[in-house]
Design a protein around this ligand. Structure first.
Ligand code: K7E
Ligand code: CUA
Length: 681
């Protein structure tokens, strides 16, 4: 991927040269032929590089000079690479790949250091037992919020493949916790956070047999399979999810899909789209239809409206829940009786379900319908109040009447999926089939530009086949009408060919403050799996550490009991257990020889005693699959059995100083008496 990234970066470098030349970027080709300075130089450069004035303008819109910082940070899921990318905007420079579900050696995540190993191990599901997962499919990031706005503290992301949720502490951009959500085998788009970070929500993608972990044939789908909506309580001090304070609501065996939290007027509610209310199960070689066909028969599926504030009360009440696999579950009948769940018909294979910044409108994209369907929360409330139902679904859940809760439908184009908002009263919908983004107005109570309500106002082509889209501060009560990123599934011809597996393409679109037409200004190849969704936060809201305070244990973010000062390093042997307190600083480890016997249990604590920013060391042991990143101020713990006899080099994996190559040592594992072998024998 390096040549590609370089090609993308070369462009801004050109513009830097333009700015240094002090020229305006009017760049008309007829002007200034006589002068060797000013716009003449720009013309020459543009000509040599084949750039149009439009290209040069776009470069300026995106350019962040060397040494200057970006205005926003985009957190993009890394798809089935299992990671999250932090990307500066508008430059689109990758700042960090954050390891979440997949071991990642640069950060030392999952290669022997305790913090990552613990998160990965604790994240293994209890059912089925014995699962040891080493990958995930990150889909939908959710940034923590205070009063409906991103607060820059924490990030949560779901694992599509294995129904888990990862927690990233934005103090150090490390994954601190992975929760295998009980009773949820797979999760898709049901990820959101409530406006004050009370709960992070995730729902199941495909239902599984209940009780979870049991076997059932899909022939018994309707009777035996169930979905779940999980409300994972967030500890307000640490950001960690606490299953003991969490609850789930049993759902019918539909495919629960994208979801969003209510806000302001709809605060306390959550909305989950669904498809396959047909309850098709595939079986195309058993005389049935494939799922694709079977799940697309109905004209309407159901948007689930869930009163989570009330559900949280019900979950606390005695006798209203069942404990299932370590979490309280509100069974579906109780949820219906208590008025926690309602269904709203949503047309034609719905996908996105997005709540606008005012909380009043819920916008649904129907993959097989050229309209976005916009529901009005006020009407939903009124209909529930009057019990104005068209009936119930096969499980007894009341269904509201489509017409009585509809605000409007706006025809946008082919294949509408997801919608974001600019805070000026516009929605922006991605259209997979049309490869375009449509901009339309919401109700006149929120339109700030004097435009006609519920009207398509602009469309822009993207390249190609957009899935999600994200606007700066997009999922908050106060989106900023600055940039929109189109997350395109296909790139086809946009980049140099790197083999048949093509990168995905992020495209940066200038929103012009919500006024005027959208303008495409840059492409960015994503050379790592498929980023499904992103959230974009103002950079100054992030308050990450640039160095750990001395002796920090990154799991607790408190001083480590295993920290050691320079000069106090020690090795303590207790039977077959050897405990070592080591320091790291430029350019040596102390001690630099570790002597153990084959089979010894080794506990190693390394304190990086530096307090200089960026003075990171690494620690790797040959043939032991151990690699850690030792950040300045950090104490890193290892726990392993020296089961392989021999003399092993360990070394610092970060180029930390002029004598970095000398920052090394030996792990001497003396063979057990019975295991001494001749060389090569
Ligand atoms: Cu629409 Cu997985 Cu969010 Cu992709 S999902 S598009
Ligand atoms: Cu320490 Cu290289």
């Amino acid at each position: 991927m390096k040549p590609l990234r370089r090609a993308v970066r070369a462009f801004p470098v050109l513009v830097a040269a333009l700015l240094v030349a002090g020229a305006s970027v009017s760049c008309s080709s007829s002007s200034n032929k006589s002068s060797s300075t000013g716009s003449g130089d720009l013309d020459t450069i543009a000509k040599e590089r084949g750039l149009t004035p439009e290209d040069m303008k776009h470069a300026l819109q995106q350019f962040v000079p060397p040494g200057k910082h970006d205005d926003y940070v985009m957190f993009a899921s890394g798809g089935h690479a299992g990671q999250v990318l932090a990307i500066g905007m508008p430059s689109m420079r990758i700042l960090k790949e954050i390891a979440v579900f997949t071991p990642e050696p640069w950060q030392g995540f999952g290669y022997g250091a305790d913090w990552g190993d613990k998160a990965l191990k604790d994240g293994n599901p209890a059912i089925p037992a014995g699962t040891d997962l080493t990958w995930g499919d990150t889909h939908h990031p959710a940034l923590s919020e205070t009063n409906g706005d991103y607060d820059g503290r924490w990030l949560y992301i779901n694992d599509r493949a294995n129904g888990r949720v990862g927690f990233v502490d934005l103090k150090d951009f490390r994954t601190k916790q992975i929760v295998a959500v009980p009773n949820i085998q797979t999760s898709h788009g049901g990820m959101f956070i409530t406006p004050n970070s009370d709960y992070v929500h995730v729902s199941s993608a495909f239902p599984e047999p209940w009780p979870p972990g049991s076997y059932a044939d899909v022939k018994d789908y309707k009777e035996k399979f169930r979905g779940a909506s999980a409300w994972l309580k967030i500890d307000p001090a640490t950001g960690r999810m606490d299953l003991s304070q969490s609850f789930e609501i049993e759902l019918p065996p539909y495919n629960q899909d994208l979801a969003d939290a209510g806000k302001l007027v709809s605060d306390g509610w959550g909305f989950i789209g669904s498809f396959n209310t047909e309850m098709a199960t595939g079986g195309n070689m058993e005389g049935g239809k494939s799922l694709e066909a079977g799940a697309s028969l109905n004209n309407f599926d159901y948007l689930h409206a869930i009163n989570w504030k009330k559900a949280a009360e019900v979950a606390k009440a005695a006798g209203k829940t069942e404990e299932m696999n370590g979490i309280k579950v509100i069974r579906l009948k109780t949820a219906i009786d208590e008025g926690l769940i309602y269904m709203i018909p949503e047309p034609k294979s719905p996908h996105g379900a997005d709540v606008d910044p005012s909380g009043r409108y819920i916008v649904v994209g129907g993959k097989l319908d050229p309209h976005v369907t916009i529901f009005d929360f006020n009407k939903i409330q009124a209909a529930i109040g009057k019990k104005d139902y068209e009936g119930t679904d096969p499980f007894g859940i009341p269904i509201l009447k489509f017409e009585s809760v509809l605000a409007a439908q706006v025809e946008v184009g082919a294949g509408p999926l997801h919608t974001q908002f600019d805070g000026m009263g516009h929605g922006y919908t991605s259209m997979f089939l049309a490869s375009a983004v449509a901009k339309f107005t919401l109700g006149d109570d929120v339109v700030k530009t004097g435009e006609k309500p519920f009207t398509l106002v602009d469309t822009i082509k993207v390249n190609y086949n957009i899935g999600h889209l994200a606007i700066t501060e997009g999922d908050t009560e106060h989106p900023e009408p600055k940039y929109l990123v189109a997350l395109n599934k296909w790139s086809i011809d946009r980049f140099l060919t790197v083999g048949p597996l093509h990168p995905q393409n992020f495209q940066l679109i200038d929103l012009k403050g919500g006024n005027g037409p959208m303008e495409l200004i840059a492409d960015m190849p994503i050379g790592m799996a498929e980023p499904h969704y992103t959230q974009i936060i103002k950079a100054d809201k992030l308050k990450a550490l640039d160095v750990y305070p001395a002796d920090t244990d990154s799991i607790t973010m408190a001083p480590s009991k295993d920290a050691i000062k320079f000069g106090d390093e020690k090795v303590v042997r207790n039977g077959s257990e050897v405990e070592i307190w080591m320091t790291a600083q430029r350019s040596h480890f102390t001690p630099d020889i570790i002597r153990v016997k084959q089979g010894d249990h080794v506990k190693l604590h390394i304190t990086n005693i530096e307090q200089t920013k960026d003075a990171t060391h690494g620690f790797a042991i040959a043939d032991y699959n151990i690699q850690a990143s030792l950040e300045p101020g950090e104490v890193t713990n290892f726990d392993f059995v020296a089961d392989k006899p021999g003399s092993y080099d360990f070394y610092c994996t970060e180029f930390c100083s002029a004598l970095h190559l000398e920052m090394a040592g030996w792990l001497l594992v003396e063979p057990a008496a019975s295991a001494v072998a001749a060389p090569g024998g």
